[in-house]
Design a protein around this ligand. Structure first.
Ligand code: GLN
Length: 480
């Protein structure tokens, strides 16, 4: 078997044809992923026992002549901000270095119920804060598609695991771009579901009004399959939506003729790397050839999106991260001293620089003298950004943009300049603020250096079916 190239279809074909058993597949998955990890760093820890146990259950089903479950035999990587019962979940932070959660996230439960085998926990930026995976408290991740370059973040480990063939499927989280941007940097597919589409029960909260769980895969169809499984109401997450879940795989019928594609001019202005721009223009032409109709639109509040996002997400983070106090599940400072000193030292020792910066900024913008000037103002601008989208979707079916203004940057290139790092999120935070869905689909590589470029397709709330249909139709043009 050529493990690194496997997809759900080829895994199921192999299992049915008895080319390999699930147990053989699991053993090869563990071997390959562990060997590759020394170079790539995509995983923080492995869970071979759970992979082998799931594989044994799959083999038992096969032996009994039962139908395969949707993810039977499919190895998955789970971002380490997503809880897994009995398996260390660190959020890539020293403060949770030894935390073993007593429960499993709903999204993971649903994958496991569908037969998936968990291979391990994926590296990421600490508490999902970052755009390069360099804020992991443990080690950085190499971009398998661009050596020496960042895999993107914060779900860099999940994206790299899929790009390197270590796992055909991974779960990540996206608050301001953390699925779409690493997918784009690593040349894989990554989906941001609509806010509320996928239960966040068991996702460590960063910014609750913006957090999502979503899949990574090698192709659109595999992400569509995972979306069918993890979407839908969960009584354990009061923000999960009851809207019916469409049959996303059936939606991939290639019928995109006549769809109106909005091209927001603000996303193609100053700051966009010309080589990235060229790839995106080519992708738009490919969609046009398929019968889509590109329409220039304007999203006038785009320029305020970074400021708005970094006020709201830091405010929410400062509240959410208050729970890591050294008393309960967090690592406690050994310095001793009174209660206040214990809180202070535990948090100081446990949180990295970026997390600390955000807690301070978020506390500041929520403080009584500044609340109106910053936090409330940001909420109002968030509304205006959402209205830009609502207005656009009155005339177009989907919006197409770059995912990132640049191709993957070099590891270390932006770490000294947090603002430059924040600015790289310019094209992803808008959809997050509006709560709509998005996908990053590979659209080739830059001409001079061969670096991956991702195409972002955005659709209105709960319109994942149409969004995935377009992404799949576009992906097929590359395969033809
Ligand atoms: N890069 C953005 C940030 O640092 C997005 C992170 C995310 O989506 N989790 O906040």
């Amino acid at each position: 078997m050529d493990y690194p190239s496997l997809t759900i279809d080829s895994i199921h074909a192999g299992l049915r044809d008895k080319a390999f058993s699930a147990t053989e597949l699991a053993a090869e998955a563990i071997r390959f992923a562990q060997a590759s990890n020394q170079e790539i760093g995509a995983f923080l820890h492995f869970t071979p026992e759970s992979a082998l146990a799931a594989a044994a259950a799959t083999d038992a089903r096969l032996a009994a002549g039962e139908e395969l479950l949707p993810l039977d035999g499919v190895p998955v990587a789970i971002k380490d901000v997503i809880m897994t019962e009995g398996v260390r979940t660190t959020c890539a932070s020293k403060i949770l270095e030894n935390f073993v959660p007593p429960y499993t996230a709903t999204a993971v439960r649903r994958l496991e119920a569908a037969g998936a085998m968990m291979l391990g926990k994926a590296n990421c930026d600490e508490f999902a804060m970052g755009s390069s995976n360099e804020n992991s408290a443990f080690y950085p991740v190499q971009n398998p598609a661009a050596p020496g370059r960042a895999p993107g973040g914060s779900s860099g480990g999940s994206a790299a695991a899929v790009a390197a063939g270590m796992a055909p499927i991974a779960l990540g989280s996206d608050t301001g771009g953390s699925i779409r941007q690493p997918a784009s940097f690593c040349g894989v597919v990554g989906v941001l579901p609509t806010y509320g589409r996928v239960s966040r029960y068991g996702l460590a909260a960063f910014a609750s009004s913006l957090d999502h769980i979503g899949p990574f895969s090698k192709n659109v169809k595999d992400s569509a399959r995972v979306m069918e499984l993890i979407s839908g109401r969960d009584p354990k997450d009061s923000t999960s939506a009851g809207a019916p879940v469409d049959d996303y795989v059936a939606a991939l019928d290639g019928q995109v003729k006549g769809l109106k594609i909005g091209i927001p001019k603000e996303y193609f202005a100053e700051g966009l790397d010309p080589e990235v721009g060229a790839r995106i223009q080519q992708a738009i032409q490919a969609l046009e050839k398929l019968g889509c109709e590109p329409v220039e639109i304007s999203m006038p509040h785009t320029e305020y999106a970074i400021a708005t996002y970094y006020l709201i997400c830091t405010a929410e983070a400062s509240a959410n991260l208050a729970r890591y106090d050294g008393v309960r599940y967090t690592r406690r400072s050994e310095k001793g001293g009174d209660l206040r000193a214990m809180y202070r030292d535990s948090r100081h020792e446990g949180f990295g620089k970026e997390v600390t910066r955000r807690i301070i900024l978020g506390t500041y913008v929520l403080s009584s003298g500044y609340y109106d000037a910053y936090y409330r103002k940001a909420q109002k601008v968030r509304r205006l950004i959402t209205q830009d989208f609502e207005k656009a979707f009155e005339t177009v079916d989907a919006i197409v943009t770059p995912v990132s203004p640049t191709p993957p940057f070099k590891l270390g290139e932006l770490t000294a300049d947090p603002l430059a790092m924040y600015l790289s999120d310019i094209y992803t935070v808008t959809a997050s603020l509006a709560g709509i869905c998005g996908v990053s689909v590979p659209c080739g590589v830059t001409q001079t250096e061969g670096l991956p470029v991702g195409l972002q397709i955005l659709a209105k709330h709960f319109d994942e079916a149409r969004m995935l249909k377009l992404a799949d139709a576009y992906e097929r043009t590359g395969r033809a």
